[in-house]
Design a protein around this ligand. Structure first.
Ligand SMILES: C[S@@+](CC[C@H](N)C(=O)[O-])C[C@H]1O[C@@H](n2cnc3c(N)ncnc32)[C@H](O)[C@@H]1O
Length: 352
């Protein structure tokens, strides 16, 4: 992934060079955009109208979001391996999802895309053209004219007013090929991003969608102020490091939340009683390790004394959010569950 993102950094730099905009100005506009995203007012959504904001997005937020998709697409590779899929990215920005797909050398029939701002999509298309001309020739900067197999909603839900959301989603569902479709939703790893996805999932369950995300529950057990997210180390370019030094922003680790839903497809992974999704990073304490796992028995803390680490369970030290694991031999204690020398941990699928 590091290699793929550095290819992208080189191309982004080429585009920025031609614009003749100072790094300092880019950093200023990244900060303005970041403040806007943190206090988003959906009815005043015009930030992409300005070329400086578009370049700021391209320099900073675009590679971060591409990096998230590199992981999601790889984790759910089977859904993106067909060559005949019609894709539609709604609110595509600089074609973030298609950039990741292209970097991973995936293919499709046609890549439709729509954004209220046309120029930002053109910027993304320029980058993809430099990456792979055959892929970019299949990108149509228009709403789809065919039934869609893969619909992408990436960091866009917040920008749609509550009043418009239901109609928009119904309209997008109507464009899907119901016999072969998936919806991929990505949001920031915040309480609000998680809430957006949770509500969307619940809404789509009423339209015969099922959840393909590797989660033990299609209806998430988290309530009120709780939220679940992924967390990845992000290899930053020198430009991104400069922007962060100037603005105080910090994306050495990136947080995000996502879901994959379908009408016709079945989940690729069925959770058994001893299958878990890792929902926290490992906490190393004085005498033990602790982490949270989501499984059929809910979300609980699992601990193991350092002196009980052995070849059957030492893999615990490498676990990160999003990994899917199988655990055997653990006992209930007052704070959750305890693993010991007899416990075995096996990684079924590694997210990062
Ligand atoms: C935060 S950006 C995300 C861009 C890209 N999907 C990504 O993840 O990097 C949100 C994009 O949604 C677009 N957008 C907002 N409201 C929209 C609407 N009602 N219809 C189409 N695009 C919209 C914005 O112009 C912007 O490019």
């Amino acid at each position: 992934m590091k290699e793929k993102i550095s290819i992208l950094y080189t191309l982004i730099e080429k585009i920025i060079e031609k614009e003749n905009i100072s790094k300092q100005k880019i950093a200023q506009h990244v900060k303005l955009l970041s403040d806007k995203f943190n206090n988003f007012n959906a009815s005043k959504n015009t930030y992409m109208e300005n070329q400086l904001s578009r370049i700021a997005y391209l320099a900073y937020f675009y590679p971060i979001n591409v990096y998230k998709f590199l992981h999601i697409i790889s984790f759910y590779e089977n859904y993106f391996s067909g060559n005949n899929n019609y894709y539609f990215d709604f609110g595509a920005g600089p074609l973030t999802f298609y950039t990741a797909l292209c970097l991973l050398k995936k293919d499709g029939k046609v890549f439709y895309t729509f954004d209220t701002n046309y120029e930002i999509m053109e910027l993304g298309k320029k980058i993809i053209t430099m990456l792979n001309k055959t892929f970019s020739d299949k990108i149509i900067l228009k709403e789809p004219q065919k039934p869609i197999n893969v619909l992408i909603l990436s960091n866009v839900i917040t920008e749609i007013t509550q009043n418009e959301r239901v109609e928009l989603i119904k309209n997008l569902i109507n464009r899907l090929d119901k016999k072969n479709c998936i919806i991929v939703v990505l949001e920031p790893g915040t309480k609000k991003g998680f809430e957006n996805i949770k509500l969307l999932k619940e809404f789509l369950l009423n339209f015969n969608f099922s959840d393909l995300t590797f989660c033990p529950y299609s209806k998430c057990p988290l309530i009120n102020n709780e939220w679940c997210h992924e967390n990845l180390y992000f290899p930053r370019s020198t430009l991104i490091q400069y922007i962060e030094d100037k603005t105080g922003l910090n994306n050495r680790f990136i947080n995000f939340t996502y879901a994959i839903l379908s009408i016709d497809k079945k989940p690729l992974l069925v959770f058994q009683d001893n299958t878990f999704r890792v929902v926290s990073n490992l906490l190393e304490r004085k005498g033990d390790y602790a982490l949270y796992l989501c499984g059929k028995n809910g979300i609980n803390q699992y601990t193991i004394l350092k002196r009980h680490i052995n070849e059957k369970n030492s893999i615990i030290k490498s676990l990160r959010r999003g990994d899917i694991i199988e655990v055997s031999n653990y006992t209930k204690i007052s704070t959750g569950y305890r693993l010991d020398i007899n416990s075995t941990i096996r990684i079924l699928k590694k997210f990062s």
